[in-house]
Design a protein around this ligand. Structure first.
Ligand code: F6P
Length: 318
């Protein structure tokens, strides 16, 4: 069979190890690996090519994705989806492994309902916001990039006796901010999932400042849209000179950590097996240390929730 792999949506470190394993494992199982370049845009434009070992040599340590990715507006239009389908047919692609987030899985789901496409998704997003899986490719690297940045910000914050507001990515999901706040020992954590109790935080921090606290670290998830508001609060109510750091796309880059090399291998093996013994479209999951599979409706119709144990450890103020 001809099996293809593609990226879609925001890239994440660990895609290259996944792509490498895909080529190797598809061949091991006696199938022909193909690349769809540049995500859904490339699918529409027919950028589908046969892949070889040579293509994936020396890529395991690199961030990003050698096959590219995209967010596609054209894919919302049926005529382009039809074009994408025809390209797959022309090349005789029997199934696709999609490295992406839930938006990408939804897009493929629409295509498969219209044109009978077989696909298996692998959760790939630094946001860690996909239902049914504890882990998405890229999260560990992003967390370590953020940790490194926050450690450095702490150095200057403590020297200058300032407050720092650090904004993390994650769309509507506060996972990156929550884990960062926990593992960086931040004083303030603001995420979309939990109401921030500004009154209680003011009282506690004022007391701490009176008792000698020299600086404050606040981690704010982009999804709250409160970065500037939190900075204003620290300046005005707590009388602290405050600076804002928006980490931005730096969080999507960097060499994949060991976890973001190893976990993708298992994701890919499971995804390729699912395509070979095809029963239904769906997404490979990683839960409690084991790989599993959920059908596409379950993944797209449900919403990811941060592990309550993480929120408990953060000790949000009531
Ligand atoms: O979904 C991954 C992500 O990095 C989000 O955290 C962020 O909100 C978004 O993508 C940024 O998208 P873009 O790269 O299109 O600006």
């Amino acid at each position: 069979m001809k099996l293809a792999i593609m990226g879609s949506g925001g890239d994440a470190p660990g895609m290259n190890p996944a792509i490498k394993r895909f080529v190797e494992y598809a061949k091991e199982r006696g199938h022909e690996p193909y690349f769809i370049y540049d995500g859904l845009e490339g699918l529409i434009d027919g950028k589908i090519e046969r892949a070889s070992y040579k293509d994936v040599a020396g890529i395991i340590h690199r961030g990003g994705a050698i096959i590219g990715s995209s967010r596609s507006k054209r894919f919302y239009e049926k005529r382009y989806r039809e074009q994408a389908y025809k390209n797959l047919q022309k090349q005789g692609i029997a199934g696709i492994v999609v490295l992406g987030g839930d938006g990408s899985f939804r897009a493929l789901d629409v295509l498969s309902r219209e044109f009978e496409i077989k696909f298996v998704g692998i959760p790939t997003t630094i946001d860690n916001d996909i239902y049914g899986t504890d882990y998405c490719i890229g999260v560990d690297t992003a967390l370590n990039v953020i940790r490194d940045a926050v450690d450095k910000i702490r150095d200057t914050a403590s020297t200058f006796s300032r407050a720092f507001v650090v904004e993390t990515m994650g769309r509507e999901c506060g996972y990156l901010a929550a884990v960062t706040a926990l593992t960086s020992g931040a004083e303030v954590c603001v995420i979309p999932e939990v109401e921030f109790n500004i009154k209680a935080a003011t009282r506690i921090l004022k007391e701490e400042i009176e008792n000698g606290r020299r600086y404050v670290l606040a981690i704010v998830a982009e999804g709250t849209k409160r970065t500037k508001g939190i900075a204003a609060w620290l300046e005005e109510d707590l009388d602290m000179e405050t600076r804002i750091t928006v980490l931005g796309h730096i969080q999507r880059g960097g060499n994949p950590t060991v976890k973001d090399r190893l976990i993708p291998f298992g994701f890919v093996v499971e995804a390729v097996n699912r395509l070979i013994e095809f029963k239904k479209n769906g997404v490979v999951t990683y839960k409690d240390g084991k790989y599993g599979f959920l059908d596409i409706e379950t993944v797209t119709k449900n919403r990811y929730q941060i592990d309550p144990d993480i929120l408990k450890l953060l000790n949000f103020l009531d």
